[in-house]
Design a protein around this ligand. Structure first.
Ligand code: CU
Length: 211
């Protein structure tokens, strides 16, 4: 019994390590180990393209950290050239979190086609440095409605608007409080691996003691 609860706690700990999940528009996939890989968490373009209307659409995520800097970017070509449509802000709270009215109208950029493909890129700060990345492949189309979006907040979130320098930082350069990250972000990958390895080791031990 006791062993099982410990195991459950450890499984939950790993679940929290999922950093964040992009729920809508539909994410390219889940790749927790490589989520700190710019620009799309190591995942390439998917065939699952969410149709969005010209204008407003929701962006829904599940946040695993208690406090995050978050940003939503869009790219009409390559994610490397992405620009923010929701600039970096702070969010305190965990669980499902939704921005109901993210605005993007290709016509404002002089694009007046029936449809246009794009990548929506959601970025947060890392663990805690660097960034975490999830992308969704989308198609903006003139006569479309938002479909299948589950846009709700399941806990009380506190939104923090960043001021001054913090407002101009990308989420992968920002702390959850809107200050510039000071650490050498290149060490992030190694740190995450070590952490994952540590957790796997504990899990194996827990398994051993439960048997
Ligand atoms: Cu994390």
């Amino acid at each position: 019994m006791k062993g099982n609860s410990i195991l459950l706690l450890l499984v939950m700990a790993i679940f929290v390590m999922g950093h964040f999940h992009l729920l809508y528009p539909i994410s390219r996939g889940d790749n927790v180990d490589k989520m700190n890989t710019f620009p799309c968490g190591g995942l390439s373009e998917s065939t699952n393209r969410t149709k969005l209307p010209y204008g407003n659409f929701p962006v829904s995520v599940r946040l695993g950290h208690s406090s995050s800097a978050m940003e939503v970017l869009i790219s009409l070509d390559y994610p490397e050239d992405a620009f923010p449509i929701i600039s970096t802000f702070g969010v305190k709270g965990q669980g499902q979190f939704c921005l109901p009215d993210v605005e993007f109208d290709p016509r404002k950029m002089g694009i007046d086609k029936e449809s246009v493909n794009a990548t929506i890129m959601v970025q947060t700060n890392g663990d805690p440095d660097g960034g975490l990345y999830a992308c969704a492949d989308v198609e903006f189309a003139k006569d479309t409605k938002v479909m299948g979006a589950d846009c709700r907040n399941n806990t009380k979130f506190e939104i923090v608007t960043f001021k001054g320098e913090g407002e101009k930082l990308h989420a992968n350069e920002s702390t959850p409080d809107g200050y510039k990250q000071t650490h050498d972000n290149k060490n992030d990958a190694g740190k995450t691996d070590l952490l994952n390895w540590g957790i796997s080791y504990i899990l194996v031990l827990a398994w051993y003691f439960c048997m």
